[in-house]
Design a protein around this ligand. Structure first.
Ligand code: GRF
Length: 200
């Protein structure tokens, strides 16, 4: 089985969904490490409760992004991590990091890419007045919110809904499709041809 790490900066509800799926045997890979840039991330409590090793690497104390990334790479190598799952990790990884793990970093974005890139996708889509939005799981490449798309699922924006109710729907879909995508990747069911991802 492959070893993987989850990177999270905040609440970690996607981390929790992945932890639960690993426990149930629905993600056939070993969640070996949780990495956070934020010592007060609730994700760290979730890791602790699940008995998963976690590390905090704070950007402060590193002169630049590359040296911060190199420190994380060192820790990932120590743990023999094969692939990385970003789950609400609020930092942009440098090319140094991305080239080290080509097509081995997954990310989840709470909109249908390439629409509504950026850190406030749910709010941006809601305020734009879209009738449908959704969730994207994709590989990371050197452009933000850009790499090949693994899975997408649509969410209808209800005419009487609020931003909060839309967020709730989006998160529920995230918790369903992210473990699924991680499992597909871990079992070698994903092939990439340019921008197109084929699933066996
Ligand atoms: C999710 O909405 C995810 O799509 C985005 O950041 C949020 C993380 O939430 N990238 P959580 O920390 O997993 O609860």
């Amino acid at each position: 089985m492959m070893n993987f790490a989850v990177f999270a900066s905040g609440n970690g509800s996607n981390l929790q969904a992945i932890i639960n799926a690993v426990k149930k045997g629905r993600v056939r890979a070993n969640l070996k490490l949780v990495v956070s840039d934020n010592p007060s991330a609730y994700a760290l409590k979730r890791a602790k409760k699940a008995n998963i090793r976690s590390i905090v690497v704070e950007p402060i104390g590193f002169p630049d992004r590359e040296s911060f990334d190199r420190e994380i790479i060192k820790r990932l190598e120590q743990e023999q991590i094969d692939f990385i799952v970003l789950a609400g990790f609020m930092r942009i990884l440098s090319p140094v990091f991305i080239r080290k793990y080509p097509h081995k970093i997954l990310n989840i974005h709470p909109a249908i890419l390439p629409a509504f890139k950026g850190a406030h996708a749910i709010k941006d889509a809601f305020e734009y007045g879209v009738k449908v939005t959704g969730v994207t799981v994709h590989f990371i490449d050197e452009k933000v919110d850009h790499g090949p798309i693994i899975l997408q699922e649509l969410v209808k924006v209800s005419p009487r809904g609020t931003l909060a109710s839309l967020e709730k729907k989006i998160h529920a879909i995230e918790h369903k499709i992210y473990p699924k995508a991680v499992d597909l990747f871990a079992r070698g069911c994903i092939k990439i041809h340019g921008r197109t991802v084929k699933i066996r």
